[in-house]
Write a protein that binds this ligand. Structure first.
Ligand SMILES: [Mn+2]
Length: 398
């Protein structure tokens, strides 16, 4: 059976909204044309409260897919998620869709509509011509709870089938900034394939000696140097025991570094213009120009008129200029810190959760209510007042 892994579409991502839709569509259609099963490990949506327009985009994508003729079918489902279709499109919510436990997230809605199978904490068996694969989903879990859930649920492979473990988490080896993140050797053993989302760059690694694959996002989100490689998705073929990476047409991204040592703003403007002119083209790439180095002595800050350049080339490039690395005599404006380069904005939330949990520990917090759960409630409810009331209710047992 051919298993496609497509991740992190971020439908509704404001900055590149059309790219997000078009590239997700291309990935889904290409994958559906050559794979038997589609696995989507989270972040279909960019926001846990997508607008009706964004929901419509998702419905359009998945409705068209569900009308295709599929040779493989979901033949059994057990667990928490939603399964109202036998079409082998299986998804879990990611960090961007995560809401408090027991509250509907947008992936739940697609599951309820029968457009895909929501495998949140569930086991799904897919069959094609007598061959069966078992997909064990673990979705929408705060990083500090992942260990706890894995210990509680003890996900096990099913005998006689090809087994996939399917999740959306930060992994310490790839994002080593929080000791709460799961390590690959802590993942449940015995699975033939480990499929993760969340990280927006492509990752090919191993867990317990088996492939541990992250396809990366289908849309650009962070504009870091590591995002210049082509976007796409993996297909694992159980008949071959191997996988391929399938590129999609995605907007080109060029990351450019501009060292300004000793130059004055006027010269720097000229340099920026030269870089944009050299790299712009009809396919309208995204150009990020990262400026670093010391400004000519006597200049207190880098005051340049970049809007004019951005506007002039707007048909042939999307230009973004980063100036955090600019230093001035007697001080630095530099922020540095690319520690979370490979992940997406949601990692900021994970980082915040780490700080929150740390503060609770420092203050002697000892209730059995998990800090991750409290954090989710406090950060996901629409109204602050309601969230605080809900959290206090849980804490005080009301
Ligand atoms: Mn993501």
């Amino acid at each position: 059976m051919r298993i496609a892994m497509l991740s992190d579409f971020h439908l509704g991502y404001e900055r590149f909204r059309e790219d997000a839709y078009r590239q997700a569509k291309e990935a889904l259609e290409t994958a559906a044309a050559s794979a038997d099963v589609l696995l989507i490990p989270g972040d279909i949506f960019d926001n846990r409260h997508p607008t009706p327009d964004v929901l419509a985009e998702a419905i359009n994508l998945f409705r068209d897919l569900s009308r295709r003729t599929w040779k493989a079918h979901v033949v059994s489902f057990a667990g928490e998620g939603r399964s109202y279709t036998s079409i082998p499109i299986i998804a879990i919510p990611g960090t961007h869709e995560r809401r408090a436990e027991g509250v509907e997230d947008p992936v739940d809605l697609l599951g309820l509509a029968g457009l895909l199978v929501d495998a949140t904490n569930a086991s799904v068996v897919v069959e094609k011509d007598g061959e069966k694969i078992a997909v064990r989903g673990l979705g929408g879990i705060a990083d500090d709870r992942f260990r706890e859930i894995v210990a509680r649920e003890n996900p096990k492979p099913v005998e006689g089938m090809f087994n996939v473990l399917f999740f959306h988490q930060s992994v310490y080896e790839l994002l080593p900034f929080d000791k709460n993140f799961i390590r690959t050797d802590e993942l449940p053993k015995g699975f033939d394939l480990y499929v993760n989302g969340h990280i927006h760059g492509k990752v090919e690694a191993k867990a317990h000696g088996k492939p541990f694959l992250i396809s990366g996002s289908t849309v650009l989100t962070q504009l870091k140097a590591g995002e210049q490689e082509p976007k796409g998705f993996f297909i694992y073929d159980t008949a071959v025991g191997g996988y391929t990476f399938n590129r999609i047409r995605s907007r080109r991204f060029v990351f450019l570094k501009l060292k300004i040592d000793g130059r004055e703003p006027g010269q720097i403007e000229g340099e920026i213009e030269r870089l944009v002119r050299e790299n712009c083209s009809d396919d309208k790439p995204i150009l990020r120009i990262e400026i670093s180095g010391k400004l000519k002595a006597g200049y207190k800050n880098l005051q340049i008129e970049t809007q004019e350049i951005v506007r002039r080339f707007s048909d042939n490039a999307i230009v973004e200029i980063g100036r955090d690395g600019v230093e001035v005599a007697g001080g630095s404006q530099s922020q540095g810190g690319d520690g979370i380069a490979l992940s997406d904005g949601a990692s900021i939330k994970d980082y915040g959760l780490g700080v929150f949990a740390e503060r609770l520990r420092e203050n002697g917090y000892s209730l059995d209510r998990n800090p991750g759960e409290l954090f989710d409630i406090l950060s996901s409810e629409g109204s602050k007042e309601k969230a605080v009331k809900h959290a206090m209710g849980l804490l005080l047992g009301q």
